[in-house]
Design a protein around this ligand. Structure first.
Ligand code: ASP
Length: 604
């Protein structure tokens, strides 16, 4: 067999006249005027190959029988295309390869979908035949971009003295808020390993060991209900550093992102990234992952309405709640239906109601107001609302009143909805921001107890340390989230590296000394052998790559992802195992249903 000499997409007019041998897939075949044309595709792109019966009759005959996605080896001469037949839509559009022989290396059945850019096919079908889906040029680009970004990050971190260390996959569970995936131990009957939700404790132990700067492109596993765009296994850029404070971790992360983005996309990102406190993010954007690409910020109008004739406003302020507003620019003319839709949305987000005030300019130049509650609001009140919110002629003011967290959530979500509906969000911008000073602990309604906002290994701010016992929910954490365009890219913190502080946090979380010892004794013990102050961060790598590659789902930047039900439609995982395997693992399945791999195709 002849060997390939060139990649299809790399041929250019510079090699006109050369003999080349190419290998790849038949993307398309056309028979025209006695000639056969094929578009030959490989990872680098596409080139047109021409089979002329007068030049090479045998190759031409074979080419006539080629089908889509057959794999071929073609030899021929690169020629400039005759004038008028160039194809400006592909980089090799000014040349042809005039074939003198072709060998069929492998035949293909008709694929279940077209192997083309921007395919609009059922995703389940794409996942079932992922190897064909990944043959499509946009998916190849996604994974190649991912590779390039990985390399850029590795190069950057290496240049800054970081050591990549692999941490174990079979561990004792490290609770970080999700359920563990577990693996039974054959050698230890009745015992299980957990797959890591993150390498958190190991990277901290590497700091105790003196590695000073660690990173890992780490696979993590979380057994969550896969709402939104999550995967049961995902990748993090995991970082830990010794002898640092918060500013050092933020500066390093900013620099790493800027350098890797510039290397892969050629785009310069301004650093440092703006910082907002958690409280400020909530006040201004109604979200702890603010989309800072556009304005429409929340305005506190409590002062303007504390003495309002409208009971809902008055009572919200008196009850320690919030009254806040956003201004939808140019929406003063919204129809009743459009306003009702916004009200419904607000209710869906948890509000009791939503007050809307349309602002317009009257004949005399004075502002006029249209609202269902107009008669309860005084002229001064309305003027004050206009002054605080900056609303003007033609705008719609939306007001929410009630408990602070509800008001922020409702207006924050309406802001996002209207921002995108009104086209206020600029495309092709990367708006990074840090959110800092989160609370350390919060009360989880679901679990009925205090839980860590980040994880239990986060240090409190020094000045709040003594509140741990007296007012734990008021303690602020030395933690930070990185946000881009309203998406959380990652979190990290400075850690509690002293045994006494760590024990106090465990106590605040309701973890008794024995339980703490049982679960985290090894960490507490390590802290007694010279633990350096340390901190770090982890960025959701799939999400970063998705955003930078301009894709809408992380599944598009993961080679073999799972469905929302954590199933792989191609291999049929998870699958049953044999009775022998179960016995060896000392496991009995109660009420276990046999999963028919074929039925996975119907999963969604
Ligand atoms: N382990 C944390 C996480 O996965 C990140 C960190 O604190 O470094 O979110």
């Amino acid at each position: 067999m002849q060997k390939r000499t060139h990649m299809a997409g790399e041929l250019s007019e510079g090699v006109v006249g050369s003999k080349v041998t190419l290998a790849g897939w038949v993307a398309r075949r056309r028979d025209l005027g006695g000639l056969v044309f094929i578009d030959l595709r490989d990872r680098s792109g596409i080139v047109q190959v021409v089979f002329n019966p007068r030049v090479a009759p045998e190759a031409h005959d074979r080419a006539e029988r080629l089908g889509g996605e057959d794999v071929v080896l073609v030899s021929g001469t690169v020629e400039r295309r005759p004038p008028g037949t160039e194809n400006p839509s592909i980089p090799t559009g000014t040349i042809d390869v005039v074939a003198d022989c072709v060998e069929v290396l492998s035949k293909s059945k008709t694929p279940p979908f077209y192997i083309i850019e921007d395919l609009d096919a059922d995703e389940l079908l794409r996942l079932r035949y992922r190897y064909l889906d990944l043959r499509r040029p946009d998916m190849q680009r996604n994974l190649i971009f991912r590779h390039k970004f990985t390399m850029a990050v590795r190069r950057y971190l290496d240049s800054r003295g970081f050591i990549e260390v692999e941490t174990p996959m079979f561990i004792k569970s490290t609770p970080e808020g999700a359920r563990d995936y577990v693996v039974p131990s054959r050698l230890n009957p009745g015992k299980f390993y957990a797959l890591p939700q993150s390498p958190q404790l190991f990277k901290q132990l590497l700091m105790v060991a003196g590695f000073d700067r660690y990173f890992q492109i780490a696979r993590c596993f979380r057994d969550e209900d896969l709402r939104a765009d999550r995967q049961p296994e995902f990748t993090q850029i995991d970082i830990e550093m010794s002898f640092v404070d918060r500013d050092d971790v933020l500066a390093l992360t900013e620099d790493m992102m800027a350098a890797s983005i510039e290397e892969t996309l050629g785009v310069r990102v301004a650093t440092p990234f703006p910082r907002l406190s958690y409280a400020e993010a909530m006040e201004r954007y109604g979200s702890d992952k603010p989309d800072t690409r556009f304005g429409m910020e929340l305005c506190d109008i409590a002062k303007a309405v504390e003495g309002s004739g409208f009971r809902v406003f008055r009572e919200a302020v008196a009850g320690g709640g919030k009254v806040a507003a956003i201004v939808a620019p140019g929406c003063g003319g919204f129809s009743r239906r459009e306003v009702a839709e916004l009200e419904d949305m607000a209710k869906e987000f948890g509000a009791q109601g939503l007050v809307s005030i349309a602002v317009s300019r009257g004949g005399e130049g004075e502002l006029e107001f249209r609202s269902a509650v107009r008669k309860f609001l005084s002229e001064e009140e309305l003027q004050e609302i206009v002054r605080v919110t900056g609303a003007g002629d033609g705008d719609l003011i939306l007001v929410s009143a009630g408990p602070g967290t509800v008001v922020q959530n409702v207006l924050g979500r309406l802001r996002l909805h209207l921002g995108s509906r009104l086209g206020l969000i600029p495309e092709n911008t990367m708006a990074f921001a840090w959110v800092v000073d989160f609370p350390l602990l919060e009360f989880s309604e679901e679990e009925g107890r205090i839980v860590a906002v980040h994880h239990p290994f986060t240090a409190p701010l020094d000045e709040d340390l003594d509140l741990l016992e007296t007012n734990p929910l008021a303690v602020r954490a030395n933690m930070y989230d990185l946000v881009m365009n309203g998406v959380e890219l990652g979190s990290g913190s400075i850690r509690a590296y002293r045994r006494d502080v760590q024990e106090r946090i465990f106590r605040a979380l309701g973890l008794g000394p024995e339980e703490a010892q049982e679960k985290f004794g090894f960490l507490l013990e390590a802290f007694e052998y010279g633990a350096p102050p340390h901190g770090g961060i982890a960025l959701g790598f799939d999400r970063v790559v998705m955003l930078l590659a301009g894709r809408k789902t992380i599944r598009d930047v993961i080679a073999f992802p799972k469905t929302q039900r954590a199933i792989c439609p191609m291999t049929g995982a998870p699958g049953p195992i044999s009775r022998e395997q179960l016995e060896e693992l000392h496991i009995e399945v109660v009420n276990g249903e046999r999963i028919d791999p074929a039925s996975n195709a119907q999963e969604s």
